[in-house]
Design a protein around this ligand. Structure first.
Ligand code: SF4
Length: 263
């Protein structure tokens, strides 16, 4: 029997704690007729940056005060459990996305579908991220994803410029224009220096994990795998000697401009 029944959409704003999703939530809340919203959802990862966890706490508090449902979802398995199984994620074994982060999305969407509804996610993609779009902007009907920032023609630079001066982001966007996870195989050298400066224990932990993974691959597979081609020790040293100074220098320059701004 064929059916033309349409499932009721459940609209959720997916927020990471970063600038794009924060800005997007503002756009959604200011355009309720265009962007209906049932709940705000955060995929709660142990490897979120400390500052972004504080942004999420703030958002949750504000949403709840406004009577808006705020849902946090944790991955089924912890990062440490998956690390025990696979080692530190690499470009070839990126379990951190599929088995960890996207596990939260699977749980959420299964829950929405179990109520005979269909999930529609608001995602914080900007107008200049067209290569990541899954639909043609303007054609939001029946989509399972909608990009309010792109729909409004808002570009990354605009969001980034705004974020640089928002105290809630604790200065992160003065140094970086993207936000991933803090235990990420793709961290830049400057991001590693930022991790060392702001969360030194996590920095040590990350390099211990990477070193252990190098040893594990050699033992289990008989293959030599060196982090970024040169090994954990070399990269760690470069961060400690060169990149920490670069980050500090950048910070001092930013402070000079802060001073000039204030004069
Ligand atoms: S940002 Fe990095 S650690 Fe986080 S899911 Fe993506 S690749 Fe993995």
């Amino acid at each position: 029997m064929s059916t033309n029944l349409k499932l009721r959409p459940v609209y959720y704003a997916s927020v990471s704690g970063g600038d794009d999703s924060f800005y997007m939530l503002n756009v959604i809340l200011n355009n309720p007729d265009k962007y209906p919203l049932d709940m705000v959802v955060h995929f709660d990862l142990e490897i979120d940056w400390g500052w972004s966890k504080r942004v999420i706490d703030f958002m949750e508090e504000r949403c709840l005060k406004a009577g808006l449902r705020f849902v946090r979802i944790k991955p089924t398995k912890t990062w440490a459990e998956l690390y025990e199984k696979y080692g530190f994620p690499t470009a070839h074994a990126k379990w951190c996305n599929l088995e960890y982060k996207l596990d939260c999305k699977k749980q959420l969407e299964a829950w929405i579908r179990s109520q005979n509804c269909r999930p529609v996610a608001y995602i914080g993609l900007c107008a200049d991220e067209a290569q990541r779009f899954k639909y043609t902007i303007g054609e939001t009907e029946d989509q399972d994803q909608i990009y309010p920032l792109a729909e409004e023609g808002i570009c990354e630079a605009e969001v980034n410029m705004w974020a640089r001066n928002q105290p809630i982001f604790e200065g992160y966007y003065r140094h970086f224009d993207r936000q991933g996870c803090k235990l990420c195989p793709f961290l830049s050298m400057k991001e590693m220096a930022y991790l060392k400066k702001n969360e030194p224990e996590t920095f040590e932990y990350m390099f211990n994990c990477i070193k252990e993974t190098e040893d594990m691959i050699l033992k289990k597979k008989g293959k030599v795998w060196k982090y970024r081609g040169v090994g954990a020790d070399v990269i760690k040293k470069r961060v400690e000697t060169k990149w920490t100074s670069i980050l500090n220098m950048e910070e001092n320059q930013l402070h000079i401009f802060d001073f000039i701004d204030e004069v």
